[in-house]
Design a protein around this ligand. Structure first.
Ligand code: HEM
Length: 213
């Protein structure tokens, strides 16, 4: 019989993959076919295309990198895909900074820039720690980096909830509503992850120390 924990994790990953594929399809459809990429190469066709082909790497590769069976069996491939993951985050983050500064939604500029900067930081930290062979720290920074990658998905889930299901309807001003869910799309996931990987474990550790002394 499969353990309940394993079963829940499987469902969780399947859900993440399906949602990533769905929102990737709808974002490409929206930007590349409906809205358009802008009138000229620099404004902003180059930036949209570069952002998509780099940021898509961490979105696709993330699940493979966390899959224990795959990592144990194909360690060399895990290392190669890890390099591609890091390159994708760094270039995707840099292009996101440009797109973030030049986007027309004033209230989204700060949360987007902060998200892109944190994404660059967590991914660089994951790379530095694996170079130092600090595997525990590497794992934690990879979890943070991938959580921020998934802001792409959470943002669009929230947008659907706001525009199709009256979520945040108590906020009358549309710009304030948009800025609010832009912040929520990455602040809430990273707080939940910190609670799970860092804060709760550190409380448990202290408790053990006090009782053992
Ligand atoms: C987590 C850090 C990320 C940040 C800060 C970010 C930021 C941005 C920004 C500012 C735009 C332009 C929005 C506009 O001008 O209308 C954009 C568009 C886009 N991004 Fe990202 N992005 C991130 C991650 C990703 C990931 C992981 C993917 C996966 C492929 C992705 C795919 C896209 C696509 C397809 C578009 C065009 C669709 C649209 O405009 O909504 N991004 N991104």
């Amino acid at each position: 019989m499969i353990k309940l924990n394993t079963f829940i994790w499987k469902i969780f990953w399947i859900l993440l993959i399906v949602l990533s594929a769905y929102y990737l399809y709808s974002a490409i459809n929206y930007r590349f076919f409906n809205e358009g990429l802008g009138p000229t190469f620099w404004n902003k066709q180059f930036w949209f295309v570069s952002h998509l082909i780099t940021a898509v790497l961490p979105l696709i590769l993330g699940p493979f990198q966390f899959w224990v069976w795959f990592r144990n069996r194909y360690i060399k491939l895990h290392r190669l895909l890890g390099k591609l993951y890091i390159m994708g985050c760094l270039l995707g983050g840099l292009t996101a900074i440009y797109l973030g500064i030049t986007q027309p939604y004033d209230g989204s500029i700060i949360p987007t820039l902060l998200l892109a900067t944190l994404w660059l930081f967590m991914t660089s930290a994951a790379w530095l720690t694996v170079k130092q062979k600090n595997i525990l720290a590497h794992r934690l920074f990879m979890i943070r980096s991938y959580t921020l990658t998934l802001a792409f998905v959470f943002l669009r889930i929230l947008s659907d909830l706001v525009y199709e299901h009256n979520f945040l309807a108590f906020i009358d001003n549309q710009d304030v509503r948009d800025a609010t869910y832009e912040w929520m799309s990455w602040v809430i996931p990273i707080l939940v992850v910190e609670l799970y990987i860092s804060w709760i474990p550190s409380i448990k550790k202290n408790k053990r120390k006090i009782t053992s002394s």
